[in-house]
Each structure stands twice: as C-alpha cells, then as structure tokens.
Design a protein around this ligand. Structure first.
Ligand SMILES: Nc1ncnc2c1ncn2[C@@H]1O[C@H](COP(=O)(O)OP(=O)(O)OP(=O)(O)O)[C@@H](O)[C@H]1O
Length: 698
C-alpha cells in the first residue's frame, strides 16, 4: 500500500511549466491591451496638435487611423511598439498632395520591415489613406490652423530631404588580414578584451606582443598619453583617445578615416593608425560595450530619480533665460544631427576615463560564463565551460557549446551475448519485434541501455531523457514486451489492452498513427480515444492499444460498467510526464492510484531535476527501473546560442532581429546543418518565414 504519495503537482512544479507560462503570457497581453487604451490619449497628443480643441472630424479621423494601424499590426504589438508604428506610418503620409499608391510602393519595404512581410496590400492602402486624411483634416481644421506652421515645420524636419535615397553603407573595415594561404579573412570572432599589463603602445609606437595581442581601451589611452608627452598633440591624452574613438565608431571606411586619424595623432604615430585600423572591430566592440554599460547605469539612475524626493531643487528662470535654454538645446540637437550625417557617433561619455572604466566593467553574468562544472553537473549557478559571450552593436550573444558525449561505461558494453557492443542491432530482436522496427538498423545508445529491463522484465520504469532521444521507441519496446507475453504456440492472443496516455490530443493523434502503422504487421488495432475521437463499446473491445489523454482515461476508468475493460489493461504508458503538472497532476495521481499493482507502468519524461520523486510516485524501483540520461546522451549534440537585443527603437530592433535571424540560419545551412526558428505565435511564424524567403531571394 502506498502512503504519502508525493503530489505530482509538487514534484514537477520546479520544472519549466508550459501551462503557467502560457497563462502568464495571456495575462501580460491583457495588461498590454489595457495599457494601450490608457495611452491612446498620449499618442493622440503626439499625432494631433491641440488634441483637446480639435473638431470631432479630426478625432474621428484619428480613431480611424488607429483602427487601421491596429488592423495592420494584427493586435500583436506592445503599446510602445504600437505607438512607434503609428508615428512612423503617420510620418510617411503627412505630406500634402502626394500620390498615396506611389508612396506605398516606395515605402513598402520599410513598412514590411516594421510590421512584417505578411502585411496585406489592402491594409497598407487603408492605413496610408487614413494617415493622410488625418493630416489633411488637421491642416484644414480652423482650431489647429493657427499652429499649423509649427506642425508643418516639425513634419518637414521629420522627413529629411533625400532621406529616401537608397545608398550603400561603405565597407566598415578597410584592413583585411591576409591569411597564410592568401585568402582574406574578415575577422568575426570575439576578442575578449582584458587589460594586460606590460603590453602597451609606448610613446605612440605600438609594440607588438607576438605571443598574445590584447586590444583594449587602456592600451589606446597609454598610446595617447605617450603622444601627448612627446608634445605632438595640443589636447590631453583622454581627449585625444575620445576623439579617436569617435572616428573609429563612424560609418566611414578605413581609408576615409585614416587621414583624420593621422591628423589627430601626428605623422610620427603612423604605426598607431595602422594598429587602430587593423584592430578596429575589436576596439569598436569594446567601445560599444562601454557605451552599453554607461547607458544601463544612466537608465538605472534615472529610474531612481523618479522616486519621490524631498527638498527637490527648484530653478526659477526668467522668460529670456528660458528662451536661451531652448536655443541652447536646439543648438545641441543640430550639432548631434550634423555628427550623425557625417557618420560620426556621439559618445555620451563626458570623459574617456568613464568610458574606459565602463569598458572594463564586468557584469554579474560574466562570472557565470564558462565557469560551470563539467557536463554531468546539475549546477545551475554557472553556464557550462566553453560558454562565450559576445557584445555586438545593440545586441548580446551567449554561446553555449554542445555538451561532450558521455564516454561509454563498462556496463554498456556487455549488452549482447554474441559480441561486445553498446548498440543493439534490430536483427538481434525476436522476429515479431523486428516487424515493428522496420526501417531501423539498430537501437540507439539510450534505447540499448534500457532494452534488457524493458523487454525482458515487467519492472515499472521511468525514463528521463532529452528531447529527440527516441523515447517513442522506448515505449515501443515496452509494447513489444507486452505482446510477447500473449503468444501461445506461436499465435498471438489479443485478450489484453495497452493504454498510452499522451498529454495533448494532437500528440495522441500522432502516436496513434505511428503505432497503428508500425504494429499493423502484427494485426494489432491501435485507436485514439479523446474528446475528438469517441469509440463505441464494440470498437473498444476490438482495440488492443488505446491512445488517450489523462482526463479521458480517468472518466473511462471511473465508469463502473467499464471495469471489465480496465481489468484487461496490462501496460500503462504515460508520455511526457513533465507536462502533466499542476491541475492535471491530480488526474494522473488518481489514474496511477486506481491502477492495479499488476499493471506495468512506463513513464517517459524530459530530464527532470526531481526524477527520484517522480519515480517514487510512479511506483518505480529507483535501483532497477529508473533511467536518467542527461544532455551528454543526446544522439545529436546540441549547441545553443542566446541573443538578447537591447535596441530600444522598435523599427531598428525589428530590422536587427531579422538580420540576426537570417545570418544565423545562413550560417547553419552553410555548415551543412538544418535550421529551425522558434517564434512566439503562429502569425510570427508566417512573418519570419516570409522575411527569410525574401532575404534569400534578394
Ligand atoms: N534507433 C533509432 N535509429 C534511428 N533513428 C531513431 C532511432 N530511434 C529514434 N530515432 C529517430 O529519432 C527522432 C526522435 O525520436 P522521438 O520523437 O521518439 O524522440 P523523443 O525522445 O520522443 O523526443 P521528444 O521528447 O521531442 O518527443 C525520430 O525522428 C526517430 O525516428
């Protein structure tokens, strides 16, 4: 008798919970929708000048415009993203006397990048017309007419002359490194930037460390100080370094900035310029990382500033001071715009020193990178050894190498009586079993490992193995064991039932189809019994393998009239045990509790941290029936890459996402692998697929 069975609910709660994640996502989306409603008036004020005074016509046009943007975006964007999309679209069509169709044609690529490639032409047309109508109505509205000049100026500012002329960004790096075999390498690997004493750019002369080149802002600072000491520069070492960083960050090609760099450092430091161009990518990465840290720190301190504070300083300004302030801000903006047009990037760091310190700062996460224990460790406090982190422009990437395959253990080699091997050939199986494995050559390593217990004993078993490990075939081996028990004088007696519990109806349908086909040579009937597929009593009697869901099977077993049928059940397979948690856990609990002790239970699951508790719950003897395989037993090793995009601007983020996604797919395909992209929704699947097709074609 079982006492104090661990609730499946508790046993599995620690593990990733798909249902809960789904509910959380739903909740977040609901909140987003309510935020969206609240923020509408804010957006209205950004799009419609003097929103509180405008006529009902303008208000109506605004609402229609929002409706068409919502239709175009399919209600999938967050409120911030929605606002950005609306502002962007309005900016495209707030021009008088335009040919809307032509403008759509010209801007279609940009619009698609923003809202996805599945955007219908009719929706684009609608949104364009409503944006333009909103613009025209505002222009003609008597309430807003007086302020019209200001708005017009603002819009003119938004669309710069020539901004829609396509141009090719010049190659960023002039200096390519010739390889020994003459090929040109474009450096794309990440150089970990660490300050390294004893390796400097001395007196403006770069001393190359043949053993190990370390590129850092500190070496740049040392070099600049050397130049200043020599008297070749009128500015301080830090200012010189900051100016060099600005040039390196610009979009101009190496040959274009070489002259400017030389002007800054002086002719005597020609080698320094060469060094800077040679290591431009590493330096740019380092600068960008420093900027990223500074930006994060600034955002964190801004967040604190929003907290209520007492005795806040109040500045009293006269009207003329206020005007002066406004002019100064305008001037700063113009200066910034000028730099952007020249391809220069502004470095908000007030001094090179702060940028240097930021670039050398570690993030808490850095300590976890690659410090994890070996592949067999369950430690979650660190990422596995060999993990690297890369800071790209506005994104970060963490690469986790595949786990090394576990060495063959001595007990794995003793599996066959005929010869020493660790994989069982299908030809070694009984004849009837071979029929169910048609098309397979051998069992894989995991299947071979569990074969003897599963095929030659009636032990309850729990197999925890990574996805793709071939758990379906493990279930098949247990089914074949059961079938074997019912051969009498070479004839299969079909007075038994096997129940296969799958967590979802879709999975039940798939399992039914697979087993039905593979067991057809043995004339066994496999049927699905779910909410979608009902079976008559007669059909149930004719069926040897019933594939069902926990809830459905619970209902069947509770019906007293069906007792006779459940008495025939000899094997209960519970697939994807880890998915049956929380509220569904109680159903499984009831199911296992009501299962007679002579019925064999086979549990299949993804790798679980608390597999011992689950084994106990399934009445599995941990010594003999529990099999746990971690990721080093994967038939195909899995390398992982995680990319986090930090770009705030929605359109740019979208574009960057598409670019990274495309590059990753191409990289994988070029290496002869396949690629699968996971996204959050069905609609996103279509969008990403279309984007990839278009990019591949172009
Ligand atoms: N012995 C074998 N030899 C060759 N291929 C195999 C073998 N066993 C399984 N496979 C293949 O491996 C793939 C994964 O198998 P399966 O779907 O059973 O894995 P799984 O562990 O159930 O994965 P998941 O947890 O994702 O459901 C399938 O394409 C299957 O055909």
């Amino acid at each position: 008798m079982l006492t104090q069975l661990p609730r499946l609910t508790n046993s599995l709660r620690d593990h990733f919970d798909v249902d809960r994640a789904y509910l959380q996502r739903k909740e977040i989306l609901r909140n987003i929708k309510s935020i969206r409603l609240r923020d509408d008036s804010e957006l209205a004020r950004r799009l419609v000048h003097r929103w509180d005074d405008v006529s009902s016509d303008v208000r109506l046009a605004y609402k229609q415009f929002l409706g068409s943007v919502r239709e175009l975006t399919d209600g999938e964007f967050s409120s911030d993203e929605f606002e950005e999309v609306a502002m962007f679209i309005y900016g495209l069509f707030n021009v008088p006397d335009i040919d809307i169709k032509r403008r759509i044609f010209e801007k279609k690529g940009e619009l698609q990048k923003l809202v996805g490639y599945s955007a219908q032409d009719s929706s684009l047309q609608k949104v364009a017309e409503s944006a333009h109508r909103l613009y025209m109505l505002q222009r003609d509205d008597p309430e807003t007419a007086s302020a019209w000049t200001g708005i017009a100026d603002r819009h003119c500012e938004a669309i710069e002359f020539g901004s829609d002329i396509a141009f090719k960004v010049p190659a960023r790096f002039l200096v390519d490194v010739p390889l020994e075999n003459g090929a040109i390498s474009v450096v794309d690997s990440f150089v970990t930037v660490i300050p390294h004493e004893g390796q400097h750019l001395m007196n403006g002369q770069y001393t190359l460390n043949a053993e190990r080149e370390v590129v850092s802002l500190r070496s740049l600072k040392d070099a600049c100080e050397g130049i200043v000491k020599q008297g070749s520069s009128p500015v301080s070492g830090d200012d010189l370094a900051l100016a060099l960083c600005r040039l390196l960050l610009s979009n101009k090609a190496g040959d274009e900035i070489a002259g400017d760099l030389l002007d800054l450092v002086g002719d005597g430091a020609f080698e320094l310029v060469q060094y800077l161009l040679l290591h431009r990518k590493e330096l740019v990465d380092t600068i960008q990382y420093g900027l990223f840290i500074l930006k994060s720190e600034k955002m964190a301190s801004n967040g604190q500033a929003r907290m209520p504070s007492y005795g806040t300083q109040v500045t009293v300004q006269t009207e003329s001071e206020r005007q002066m302030d406004k002019l100064r801000r305008k001037e700063e903006k113009r200066h910034k715009r000028g730099m952007d047009q020249e391809g220069m990037q502004d470095i908000p760091a007030d001094s090179f020193a702060s940028l240097l310190i930021a670039s050398e700062k570690k993030q808490p996460f850095d300590d976890l990178i690659g410090t994890g224990q070996g592949p067999n460790s369950f430690s979650v406090s660190a990422l596995p050894q060999g993990t690297t982190r890369f800071h790209g422009s506005n994104y970060e990437e963490v690469r986790i190498p595949p786990t090394a395959t576990a060495p063959i253990r001595p007990d794995e080699k003793l599996l066959t009586a005929v010869f020493i091997a660790f994989q069982i050939e299908i030809s070694e199986l009984d004849d009837f079993a071979q029929a169910a494995f048609r098309g397979y050559k051998s069992l894989n390593r995991i299947q071979s490992r569990i074969f003897y217990t599963t095929y030659y004993s009636n032990e309850n078993i729990l197999v925890c193995a990574p996805t793709g490990a071939g758990k379906t075939n493990i279930a098949m081996i247990s089914v074949l064991h059961e079938i074997k028990q019912h051969f009498r004088d070479g004839i299969l007696r079909k007075e038994f039932k096997i129940v296969y519990v799958a967590p979802m109806k879709a999975l039940a349908a798939e399992v039914t189809s697979t087993f039905s086909q593979r067991l057809s040579p043995l004339n066994l009937v496999v049927k699905e019994l779910t909410g979608d597929m009902q079976l008559s009593r007669n059909e149930l009697e004719q069926t040897q393998m019933i594939v069902t869901t926990p809830e459905k099977w619970d209902v069947i077993t509770r019906k007293s009239s069906d007792m006779s049928m459940s008495m025939l059940v000899k094997l209960l397979i519970i697939d994807e045990v880890h998915l049956l948690n929380d509220d569904r856990g109680s159903v499984i609990e009831a199911l296992v509790e009501s299962t007679q002790s002579m019925i064999r239970i086979v549990g299949l699951s993804a790798t679980l941290p608390n597999y011992l508790e689950v084994a106990q719950f399934l009445r599995v003897n941990a010594e003999t029936g529990l099999f746990f395989f971690d990721s080093c037993y994967r038939p195909v090793p899995l390398a992982q890459q995680y990319i986090g995009i930090s770009e705030k601007d929605f359109a740019k983020r979208n574009e960057l996402f598409n670019k990274i996604c495309y590059d990753k797919v191409v990289e994988s395909v070029k290496q002869g692998h396949q690629a699968m992209v996971f996204v959050h929704s069905r609609k996103d699947t279509g969008k990403v697929a279309r984007m990839l097709i278009l990019k591949f074609i172009s």
